[in-house]
Design a protein around this ligand. Structure first.
Ligand code: ADP
Length: 516
């Protein structure tokens, strides 16, 4: 037991500890991986938001450039109208000369009567932005076309966005600008772009922050997707673009991945545990076998030594002529004969076992009447049994014709009867029952002896195994008998089973295929 415990410890150390370390490492690296994925994802989302912002800036830049060209052309009014018709978010284009010179007309294209009425208001707003305008002029001089927000008066600002920039034509510089409808800007221009970028892989949406209203979304409102990152639109800071994974949230993806990995790890651990268990079991068996073998050698030596000592002693006494009467002489001869028989039996048993185990013994199953065979054996054994003080009873429930090798069957039955004799010190009774059970014929040999504990029952059919506890532990034996019985039966498609209660007795039942 000590040896097996040591093996268990070694196996645990060799297999389980590395697995535990590896699992711990894997689990920790899992969360690290998740964080990395999350940050990569975050960066990707940021890049997308950046590109959308860039796109809206480009749109404005394009309008600015076209307006500049317009101002140079002859037909400003018609050009302005066309620009606004194509770009619906553009509600108004205005242009005021920076230095009023006579004869220079101010350019203003008004879309609706609404703006017409607001013209003085817009002019006032522009006039109030002298500092910003000076800045824009300075940028323009150094070659940068900058756009600044024109703060509209409160009533217009909630709905519209004003932008202004400096333009130049042959008559000089003007402060030019647009009034935009941000909602239309988002819906008509940013929206299609978002749709194109999302490619049905992301959710992209635009929300107005002041009233938390979603102005645009690449997915239907009731979709399960949710925005995980939001950025303001540079151009219209009251609007923010949001992005999120489609269908599932990132945390769900991460969770799913973690679960799969954990399941895999767990599976691996289970497989390894099973492997460790199997390895342990086979090693334990080997250790047990080695121990049994060692015991076998000492058992056999002991078994042989006793008859040898007797033979040597009686032979010597006879040789020296110290036996007084003929009667005594006869008794000594008979002892010599008995002991030689015992030796022969032991040697035969060992030889038989080794031959059977090596598969050198070929069996010749034939149609046999089980009842008849048992009767014959009992007839031969009658004297021996009665001599040892045993009573026996044989009951044949049915005629059982089985397929078996006659010599092997005899050997099996004699082994079982021998054991019943050997392990029944007090209640010396043996009951045999034969019959059929399904496609098998059976023979049960029951004794009322010492019985076998449940733990030992598992091993008694192992080779060399002997029960090492109890008052019969020292009964003579090699531990080969039941193992030989089992092998012989299995070689002819038979089986053996045991039912035993310690102190009450044992029943060994053999099964053999019925002859058809
Ligand atoms: P052996 O009898 O030579 O020791 P066996 O292989 O025949 O070897 O039996 C193995 C062990 O099973 C025995 O040591 C004995 O403890 C136990 N055993 C076998 N038959 C019986 C029985 N009828 N009653 C009690 N114990 C038995």
């Amino acid at each position: 037991m000590n040896a097996t415990r040591r093996i268990a410890l070694i196996l645990t150390a060799v297999f389980l500890i590395p697995v535990l370390f590896f699992s711990a490492y894997e689990i920790s690296s899992l969360s690290r991986d998740e964080k990395m994925i999350e940050s990569i994802y975050q960066k990707q989302l940021e890049a997308i938001l950046f590109s959308i912002n860039q796109y809206s800036d480009d749109l404005i830049g394009n309008w600015v450039a076209r307006t500049e060209n317009l101002l140079m052309s002859e037909n400003r009014q018609a050009g302005g109208r066309e620009l606004m018709m194509v770009n619906t978010p553009l509600k108004l284009i205005f242009s005021y000369p920076l230095q009023s010179e006579s004869g220079r007309s101010k350019f203003i294209y008004l879309d609706t009567a609404f703006f017409l009425s607001r013209e003085p208001e817009i002019a006032a707003c522009v006039a109030a932005q002298q500092v910003e305008i000076a800045q824009l002029v300075k940028y323009k001089k150094s070659g940068f076309q900058k756009t600044a927000v024109l703060p509209l008066s409160d009533s217009s600002r909630t709905v519209y966005l004003g932008l202004m920039f400096v333009t130049e034509d042959e008559t000089g510089q003007s402060i030019t600008g647009f009034i935009l409808d941000p909602e239309a800007f988002v819906e008509d221009l940013i929206g299609p772009r978002l749709q194109q970028i999302s490619e049905n892989q992301f959710l992209l949406s635009v929300t107005r922050k002041s009233d938390q209203r979603q102005i645009y979304s690449t997915q239907l409102r009731d979709s399960t997707s949710s925005v995980i990152l939001q950025k303001d639109l540079w151009l219209i800071p009251d609007y923010s673009i949001g992005i999120g994974p489609l269908g599932t949230s990132l945390s769900k993806i991460v969770r799913e991945r973690t679960t799969t990995n954990l399941i895999l790890l767990l599976g691996m651990a289970v497989v390894l545990l099973v492997a460790v268990f199997l390895a342990f079991r086979s090693v334990r068996q080997e250790v047990q076998l080695a121990q049994n073998k060692a015991e076998f050698v000492s058992n056999v030596s002991h078994e042989i030594r006793t008859p040898l000592a007797l033979i040597s002693m009686f032979a010597e006494t006879l040789e020296m002529g110290r036996v007084p009467t003929e009667e005594k002489k006869k008794e000594y001869y008979s002892i010599l004969h008995k002991e030689t028989q015992r030796l022969t039996a032991i040697v035969n048993k060992i030889l038989n076992f080794s031959q059977t185990e090596a598969g050198k013994k070929t069996l010749h199953p034939e149609r046999l009447n089980l009842t008849k065979e048992v009767h014959e054996i009992l007839y031969t054994y009658d004297f021996h049994l009665k001599n040892k003080g045993f009573t026996y009873e044989f009951q044949a429930r049915e005629e059982a014709w089985v397929m078996a090798d006659r010599a092997a069957l005899t050997e099996v039955i004699i082994n079982l009867i021998d054991n019943a004799i050997k392990y029944s010190p007090e209640n010396r009774r043996i009951e045999l029952t034969a019959g059929t059970d399904g496609a098998k014929g059976y023979l049960a040999v029951r004794d009322f002896g010492v019985g076998i504990s449940r733990a030992d029952q598992k091993h008694i059919f192992d080779k060399f195994y002997r029960v090492s506890t109890g008052n019969l532990a020292k009964a003579s034996g090699t531990g080969l008998g039941l193992s030989l019985v089992k092998q012989l039966l299995e070689q002819q498609n038979g089986q053996i089973s045991v039912y035993s209660d310690v102190g009450k007795g044992s029943t060994f039942t053999i099964y053999l295929p019925l002859a058809t």
